[in-house]
Design a protein around this ligand. Structure first.
Ligand code: IMP
Length: 196
């Protein structure tokens, strides 16, 4: 493997995401070196997280010498909001935030929600775009709880640990079950099987 092929760039300005990914990466004995790069990407409004991720990946092609990946996620309140905010998660977080989501579902006892993560990788040795996905199901908490994590973490109760929000878990605990952790493990499997 040449020096360039050895580096894997994570394109993101989100320090929380980077910390989660770094926490996962450190446990692996990979032949790659992980580097974060905060390159400006283009985020389109599309119907699926995967479409957004593909566009973002393509928008920086040619700017990076080597293999690189981006990660895109969405929070979907399936009941009672029919999947909202989904692909609008970023905008909703910046505008009404978690308190706004709680206000929207205030009258409903039953909630169902999920997070989906898509890692889109441009893998230079094969000159190919590849996708790795993860989803976690749960409920929406009645109140904001916990101080860890970021984004919608304080209002998401995963089904596998139903008494704690994501924000009440350590990074390690969250990574074990989260959408991003699942997508990440698929990426790791691919990298292990494709070392040049
Ligand atoms: P993006 O993937 O950075 O576009 O994320 C969309 C929105 O979902 C942002 O507002 C993030 O804060 C939020 N988000 C992404 N991943 C997570 C997560 O793991 N927990 C909570 N919120 C998240």
């Amino acid at each position: 493997m040449s020096k360039d092929q050895n580096i894997l760039y994570f394109i993101s300005g989100n320090v929380h995401k980077y910390n989660e990914i770094l926490n996962l990466f450190r446990k692996e004995n990979l032949k790659y070196i992980l580097k974060q790069k905060n390159t400006t990407t283009v985020e389109i409004q599309a119907r699926s997280i995967k479409e957004v991720a593909l566009y973002k990946l393509e928008s920086i092609k040619g700017q990076i010498d080597g293999s690189y990946f981006i990660e895109d996620a969405g929070f979907f309140v399936d009941t009672p909001l029919d999947g909202f905010p989904g692909v609008y998660s970023s905008y909703v977080m910046k505008t009404i935030g978690n308190k706004g989501i709680l206000r929207l579902i205030d009258n409903f006892d039953e909630t169902r929600a999920h997070f989906t993560s898509v890692i889109a990788l441009y893998f230079k040795p094969l000159d190919k775009n590849l996708f790795f996905e993860g989803t976690i199901y749960g409920k929406v908490s009645k109140t904001l709880r916990g101080s860890g994590g970021f984004g919608f973490d304080p209002i998401f109760l995963p089904n596998v640990i139903p008494n704690k929000t994501f924000a009440e878990l350590t990074t390690e605990e969250k990574n074990k079950i989260s959408h991003r952790g699942q997508a990440w493990r698929k990426l790791i499997k691919f990298l292990r099987e494709n070392t040049y």
